[in-house]
Design a protein around this ligand. Sequence first.
Ligand SMILES: [Zn+2]
Length: 409
Amino acid sequence: MRLRNSVVAALALSSLSCLPLLGQGQSSVKPKPKVVVVGVNGMELDVIRPLLLQGKMPNLSSVIKKGAYGKLRTVSAPNCPRVYSTLFTSTKPEEHGVTGFIVGGITANTNMLKEEPIWSMLSKNGVTVGMANVPATFPVMPVNGYMISGMLTRGKNCEDGVLCAPKLSEVEGGDAVYPSALKAELLKNVGDFYIDCERMPAASDLKGHESEVINAWLSKVQLIRDQQTQMFDYMLDHHPMEFTWLGQSCEDRTGHWLYPIAPYNAGYNPKINAVRTEAFPDQYIAFDKVLGAILKHIDESTYVIIVSDHGIKPLREFEDADPHAHMDHEKTTPVVAKHDFADGDDVPGSFFAIGPGIKHDLRLMGFEASVYDIAPTILHLYGIQQPVQMRGHVLSEIFEGSDKVVAQK
Ligand SMILES: [Zn+2]
């Protein structure tokens, strides 16, 4: 609550109305950079690389050619709220407080954040901020712009908020939209969209109806993605901000139980895993279309950062001893792939960046970039000093003219 109140105070004092005041006589004021971050939950490079080679992800391919990319070192036992809150704050999970889906028996939420998130820092510095469907942003917090929550939003038939999809009108237990007037505008102009991806079906739902349930679930996933894309399109068109962060979460959800594994992999069940072997790769082909829709709003002077919190891999050695290894976070879906391995280096995230002064076709080798580095790098683009609690560094190696400069804190 301390963070929430401090942003409210800063917003009251500063900048919501400052943009219209810029006029004649102030033309020398340098416009702030435009940055769009696209967060993908659980982007797996092993699955993406063959798709890039086959030309099935043309938009991501163009980003790679025009920019810098590589693996992104993540935290141990990575999962979405744990890593996203590190992306927001550049602090350890134990420091920011959002250590997992459930913390002290309560579903992870923004009131738990003990370190200041980047949307608050940017807002205080007069940067306009828009965030939509970004995981672990419920209930929404005041920003110098708008915030629409994402994964872990609570609602009807989704009271715990874990991995389920309330519609905007069904949200309960907190606000999913800031400012509140934006909710009616969205309902009117975008419709009653699903806030997050669909919860995975339980083993009991699947039994005897595998193909039917899988096909219906995948159709719903695409419906949700289409609605999200429409919402992104609307916000980018009608409420452009200097800093925008958009999130996607259906890819990871699909990978957990439909990762295209072979019969020798742990958990293989032909009734499920032989039905739609293209389902998981198809999620990235669909993501690439979303990326294309976002890129239509972007010009040469805009930075685009695509970031994933972790990868996802088939179950592996040591997992047999874990009674929950073959179940999802809710312990009901038979999963064949996961990401919360003790060693986060087993499932690195990924990072792609383009924009003014960012090197072209630069591949970051090893673990040069980590989830701790995203927030400092974004602050750097706006000329904002990295606060002392942040553990990452500015990724200065991705910028032109910094060949020999290894990033420093
Ligand atoms: Zn997951």
